[in-house]
Write a protein that binds this ligand. Structure first.
Ligand code: AMP
Ligand code: GLY
Length: 422
C-alpha cells in the first residue's frame, strides 16, 4: 500500500517513522515533508490549499491512503474531498472538524451533552462586553472562535485587559473569526489525552504532558509545545475512567447524534483538579510534540490501527505499548515564538545514532544539494528518547541536542520537571 502523509512537522516525521515499520506499507510520500522525512520517504512539494492539484499527485503516485497530520486541511474539508473521489483518508470530515475549528461549536456540544468544561459566554457585539466581563472572576479567559495557530487564547489578569482583548478580536484581529468566547479560568494540571475512533467504537491511544511555555519552569510565551513526556503520570485509573465516561464517550455519541460521526484521532486537552477532569479544548489530530512520544511507545502496527478505523473494526483490535517512558525535547530557533533567524546550518546531525530507543524527529528543516541541513522555522527538531527512567531519557535527549553544532539553537532543559525529582 502507498501512503501519503500530509504535513511538514516533527509529528509527521514521527508518523512516517512509525508507518514505515508496517509490513503492508510499500511506499510513503510526505507532502510536503522536511529534511528528516526526505531521509526515510519521498517528499512531494504540493500546495495543500489546492486539493485538485493534490488529487493529481495522489493519482500519479498511486497513493492508496492519505494520513492527515495538521488541522488546517481537515477544517478545510480534505477528507470529504478525497472520500468523494474514493481515496481513503485518515482524519475527520469537515463537519466533524468543527470540534477544533470552532470553539463555539465545541462549547455548545459540551453544554448540550453535559460534558464538564469551563463556564462560558459568547460575545459578538461591542455593547455586550462589559456585561459579560462582570459575570466572571479574574483571571478571565478570552478566546477567538476560529483557528488561530495557538495564539487565539489569552488569560487576562484584569478586566481592562480582557475588554481590550475582546475588542481587538471583534475588530478582526484574527481572520478566521470575529466571535469571542469568554471563559472561567480553570486551575489545575493540563493533560493531553488521545483516542482513536471510527465514529462508534474508540480506543485510548495514549496520554502525554506537553510543555507549552517557551521558558523553563513554564514561564514566558505560549508556543506550539517545547517538549512532552508519555504516559502522563497524572492519570490514575480512576481519572482515566472519568475522562472516558464523562468526556470522550458523550462526545463520540454527540457527534454521531448530530450527524457528524467523528473518525480519526480525537485529542482532548484537559485540566485535572482534585481528580476531576474538565475539557479545555478538542483537537482533531495528534498533538505535536505529543505524537513523537506516542509513536516511539506504540508497539502495534499503526497502519493496522488506521485500517481498523476506516473499516469500523476497532472493537476487534488490541493496541500494545512499550511499557517505558518516552520524552521529547524540542529545539527551536532562538527568539521563537517571536522573531528569530532561519537558515542556520545544523552540523553533526548525521552523527547522532538513531534507533528504536532514540530518534531526532525533524520539523522546520531543509537540506541543500550537498546534504547539509539548515533550520527553516521556529520549532526545528525534537530529540526523542525511550527509557525505563524518565530522568535518563531526558539526559540522553539533552545530550543529543548538546552535540548538535547549530548557531542559534534553543531548548528547555527541564521538560518533565514536575515529575523528575533531582
Ligand atoms: P486552547 O487554544 O484552547 O488549547 O488554549 C491554549 C492554552 O490556554 C491551553 O493549553 C491552556 O493552557 C490555556 N487555557 C485555555 N482555556 C483555559 C481555561 N478555561 N482555563 C485555564 N487555562 C486555559
Ligand atoms: N502540542 C499541542 C498541540 O499540538 O496542539
Amino acid at each position: 500500500m502507498n501512503i501519503g502523509i500530509i504535513g511538514s512537522g516533527a509529528r509527521e516525521h514521527a508518523l512516517c517513522y512509525k508507518l514505515k515499520q508496517s509490513r503492508s506499507v510499500k511506499k510513503i510520500y510526505c507532502i510536503p515533508g522536511n529534511a528528516g522525512t526526505s531521509e526515510i520517504c519521498e517528499n512531494l512539494e504540493v500546495d495543500l490549499n489546492n486539493f485538485e492539484e493534490l488529487y493529481k499527485v495522489v493519482i500519479s503516485k498511486k497513493i492508496d491512503l492519505l494520513v492527515i497530520g495538521p488541522e488546517i486541511p481537515l477544517v478545510n474539508g480534505i477528507t470529504d474531498f478525497f472520500e468523494e473521489k474514493k481515496i481513503k483518508v485518515f482524519g475527520p470530515s469537515k463537519s466533524a472538524s468543527q470540534l477544533e475549528g470552532s470553539k463555539a461549536f465545541m462549547k455548545k456540544i459540551c453544554k448540550e451533552f453535559s460534558i464538564p468544561s469551563a463556564k462560558y459566554e459568547f460575545v459578538n457585539k461591542i455593547e455586550q462586553v462589559e456585561d459579560v466581563i462582570n459575570k466572571f472572576n479574574l483571571p478571565i479567559v478570552v478566546k477567538s472562535d476560529g483557528l488561530a495557530a495557538g495564539k487565539g487564547v489569552s488569560i487576562c489578569k484584569s478586566k481592562k485587559e480582557a475588554i481590550n482583548d475582546i475588542k481587538s478580536i471583534l475588530n478582526g484581529k484574527f481572520k478566521t473569526s470575529k466571535n469571542v468566547i469568554v471563559e472561567e479560568f480553570l486551575d489545575g494540571e493540563e493533560v493531553s489525552y488521545f483516542v482513536i475512533t471510527d465514529g462508534e467504537n474508540y480506543i485510548p491511544i495514549g496520554s502525554a504532558q506537553d510543555h507549552k511555555r517557551i521558558g523553563e519552569n513554564d514561564t514566558g510565551l505560549n508556543t506550539g509545545g517545547m517538549g512532552a513526556y508519555s504516559p502522563s503520570l497524572l492519570i490514575t485509573s480512576e481519572i482515566d475512567s472519568k475522562i472516558r465516561k464523562k468526556i470522550i464517550e458523550p462526545t463520540i455519541k454527540a457527534m454521531k447524534q448530530k450527524g457528524y460521526p467523528y473518525k480519526g484521532i480525537l485529542y482532548a486537552g484537559l485540566i485535572i483538579n482534585n481528580s476531576e477532569p474538565k475539557l479545555i479544548e478538542y483537537n482533531i489530530r495528534f498533538g505535536d510534540p505529543e505524537c513523537q512520544v506516542l509513536m516511539m511507545r506504540l508497539k502495534s502496527d499503526l497502519l493496522k490501527i488506521i485500517q481498523s478505523t476506516l473499516n469500523k473494526t476497532l472493537d476487534k483490535i488490541n493496541i500494545k505499548w512499550i511499557k517505558e517512558y518516552c520524552i521529547t525535547v524540542v529545539a527551536a530557533s532562538k527568539g521563537y515564538p517571536e522573531k528569530f533567524e532561519k537558515y542556520k546550518e545544523i552540523k553533526k546531525i548525521g552523527d547522532i545514532k538513531q534507533d528504536s530507543s532514540q530518534q531526532i524527529f525533524q520539523a522546520s528543516t531543509i537540506k541543500d544539494k550537498q546534504g547539509r541541513v539548515y533550520s527553516n522555522g521556529g520549532r526545528v527538531l525534537s530529540a526523542t528518547v525511550i527509557n525505563s527512567s524518565l530522568e535518563d531519557a531526558r539526559n540522553r535527549a539533552l545530550k543529543m541536542l548538546d552535540n548538535l553544532e547549530w548557531e542559534n539553537k534553543y531548548y528547555r532543559r527541564d521538560i518533565g520537571y514536575k515529575v523528575i525529582k533531582k
